[in-house]
Design a protein around this ligand. Structure first.
Ligand code: PEP
Length: 255
């Protein structure tokens, strides 16, 4: 059984003080929520990780903690970067890797994402590896080849036991932050394609265990129909995760 995961990608929003308020509001909205049944993670900017980690510890919140990126190396002369072990020391559980904004705006490549995925596992954190096509790729019928390339390259060299633990987020780029959402059937179609790929490369058991999320303008109003699809194991939520009430409603829709 794959436990659904709803993860909030806060991108470059919220100071550490605002982040505190948002997590407290979310905890209030989700009082009584069964976190064993539907896992919830928040991925704030680096500057808020320590604050949120402290809140999670002191108030015994059951949220998972995620980062939005990391450098591949353990340490070194890389001004402005943050290492896997620095994140691990803050009890970070998840790290979003290969988000389309990082690929498109910061030149991240499939090979670079693969190196980071391996570094995350080596540091005992779970990668949330993002894949997805642009609007023109979709119109040209290239969704599956593009996603296949990204998945295969991102998972290259991983053992089946690692693949079983990774989280893949299928995020059509044209749906991110645009208010356009893939139809539940289209999202299910591409996610089941990814699951078949995992099956052929790593075996049916691994494919059956790996969590694959949908991301792209998920909101309270469309969450239930997306999350009701057989192969969609949760959501990576951007804009709507910045509002505690809206994000909590998405979590509740995952039940
Ligand atoms: C994202 O950034 O991962 C995302 C899915 O954003 P949004 O929900 O705002 O489309």
């Amino acid at each position: 059984m794959r436990r659904p995961l709803i993860a909030g990608n806060w991108k470059m929003y919220k100071t550490h003080l605002e982040a505190m308020t948002l997590v407290q509001q979310l905890a209030h909205e989700l009082a009584g929520h069964d976190f064993e049944r539907v896992e919830v993670a928040v991925c704030p900017p680096f500057t808020s990780l320590r604050t949120i980690q402290t809140l999670i510890d002191s108030d015994r919140y059951e949220f998972g903690l995620g980062a939005q990126n990391m450098h591949v190396d353990k340490e070194g002369a890389f001004t402005g970067e943050v290492s896997p072990s620095m994140l691990k020391a803050l009890d970070v559980d998840y790290v979003i890797l290969g988000h389309s904004e990082r690929r498109e705006l910061f030149g991240e490549t499939d090979e670079g994402v693969n190196a980071k995925v391996r570094a995350a596992f080596a540091t005992e954190m779970t990668p949330i590896m993002c894949v997805g096509e642009t609007e023109s790729e979709r119109e040209a019928g290239e969704t599956e080849p593009k996603v296949e390339r990204q998945v295969k390259a991102g998972l290259a060299g991983l053992k089946p036991d690692a693949v079983r633990k990774i989280v893949i987020a299928y995020e059509p780029i044209w749906a991110i932050g645009t208010g356009k959402t893939a139809t539940p059937q289209d999202a299910q179609g591409t996610i089941s394609f990814i699951r078949r790929l995992l099956g052929s490369d790593f075996g049916a058991e691994v494919a059956g265990d790996t969590r694959i999320l949908y991301g792209g303008s998920v909101k309270a109003g469309n969450a239930a129909s997306l999350l009701g699809q057989a192969d969609i194991d949760g959501a990576l939520v951007g804009g709507a995760s910045l509002d505690g009430g809206e994000f909590a409603a998405i979590v509740k829709a995952a039940k």
